[in-house]
Ligand binder design. Structure first.
Ligand SMILES: [Zn+2]
Length: 426
């Protein structure tokens, strides 16, 4: 099976190349802004279908103007403005699609119109299509018009992989190239490791049903004093001065370092879980909702549970394991993992779970993780018993009922997995 994957490498650039890359990014930004302004004025001055345009028409128009108005655009590859206009078109399409969906009440999410990009405020990046070559032995990448650029590490791409495009971007003072690659996904055997359940939280990063919790790392919080010092120093510099420019860079470098540390942790943890377990059961956490709590949002943001889930989902098929997301409304904390007694009065302050019925005394997060594991076991049992008897089950009154636990959702699988059911809460 063919799959699309991204590979990102840091570029090792000298001052000359740095200037050149900044020029490419500048022209990409210019093309975006030009396209957006043209679309806006067209919408206001024209009528009917003439109010709208697309990326191909805009690129032709820009090419006509290049000769007379923007001759400096010839200094960069023609892909740069073309891809910027394509991105703009996609932005508009997303806006229209979302508008239709909201009208039909299919979503409450709002996607706005594309906005103008400002130098220094937006991310410097551009995309190149066409012939992109990698030279692993000499650690170089060849890009259209730009030629060969050095990369920081030896790329580990399969020989048969086909490079579709290269996106070059800047974070603080470093430049990166991200290659979009179409490659063959090797068949892997089903993972024969144990089943594991996770209860993600704030006091520990995740409590595992195996008993050993993953401790909560503090990436940004640990360096809060430094962040405050840098931000204060930055705000005191005069706007437009050289010192302001330098303090922007210092702050950006600080955040890049934190982001790198966080990514490293998330990658190592998700790989460990995917590699050593056949089934990983997790809760489908509503991160966006949790972030709305102003007092706790910085703690949630520092853990990046959303990114972790995304990593887990794409890594599981690579190691032959399965990720199962159970419904976010499942009261994993309030149930007793031993006798299923429901403790309605449990508050966030109760760190130890006491069961009045069976006398169980267990750490709150550990109890929740065991409940998530139990949920999966019961779900599997019900799913198979229902499948064996008939498509539907009947209750005592003869009415068709569906098992409540059908809300569990199979996300991705490297092998045959239970059918996806009940996406009511999505
Ligand atoms: Zn109990």
């Amino acid at each position: 099976m063919l799959r699309t994957r991204g590979y990102k490498y840091e570029l090792k650039v000298n001052n000359k190349e740095r200037t050149l890359l900044a020029k490419y990014a500048g022209i990409s930004r210019f093309a975006w802004n030009w396209g957006l302004a043209a679309r806006k004025s067209r919408y206001q001055t024209q009528t009917g279908a003439a109010r709208y345009t697309d990326a191909i028409k805009q690129h032709k128009e820009l090419n006509r103007l290049k000769h007379t108005d923007f001759p400096w655009m010839y200094e960069v590859s023609k892909c740069v403005p073309q891809e910027a206009l394509r991105d703009l078109d996609r932005g508009y399409q997303n806006f229209f699609t979302n508008h239709q969906h909201r009208k039909r009440k299919q979503t409450t999410r709002y996607v706005g119109l594309p906005r103008f990009k400002k130098k220094g405020k937006c991310k410097d990046s551009f995309r190149l299509t066409g012939v992109v070559h990698l030279f692993p032995e000499i650690k170089q990448v060849q890009l259209p018009r730009l030629g060969k650029l050095r990369i920081n590490e030896k790329p580990n791409l399969a020989v048969s992989a086909r490079i579709l495009s290269a996106t070059v971007s800047r974070t603080a003072d470093r430049w990166y190239v991200a290659l979009t690659v179409k490659e063959e996904q090797p068949d892997c055997n089903p993972n024969d490791g144990p089943i594991i359940a996770l209860d993600k939280g704030l006091s520990v990063f995740a409590a595992l049903s195996s008993g050993i919790p993953i401790a909560r790392p503090k990436f940004l919080l640990r360096q809060a004093r430094k962040q405050r010092r840098l931000a204060k120093a930055h705000s005191r510099k005069e706007n437009g001065s050289n010192n302001k420019r330098k303090s922007v860079l210092r702050l950006a470098q600080f955040y890049r370092r934190i982001a790198n540390q966080r990514h490293d942790f998330l990658h190592q943890t998700s790989t460990y879980l995917a590699k050593n377990h056949s089934v990983i059961v997790t809760e489908d956490l509503h991160v966006k909702g949790l972030m709305q709590n102003k007092k706790l949002s910085k703690y949630w943001a520092d853990l990046s549970h959303g990114t972790f889930q995304r990593f887990l989902k794409y890594k599981a098929p690579l190691y032959g394991s399965t990720v199962i997301e159970i419904n976010r409304w499942f009261p994993s904390s309030k149930l007793c993992s031993n006798c299923l007694y429901y403790r309605r009065d449990l508050t966030l302050a109760d760190r130890i779970f006491h069961c009045p019925l069976c006398g169980l005394v267990l750490d709150r997060d550990q109890n929740a993780a065991l409940n998530v594991a139990n949920y999966y076991t019961i779900y599997q049992f019900l799913l198979f018993s229902v499948a064996e008897s008939s498509a539907e089950t009947l209750n005592a009154c003869g009415e068709v009922v569906r098992p409540a636990s059908e809300q569990a959702r199979v996300v991705e699988s490297g092998r045959t997995a239970p059918r996806t059911v009940g996406d009511d809460y999505l």
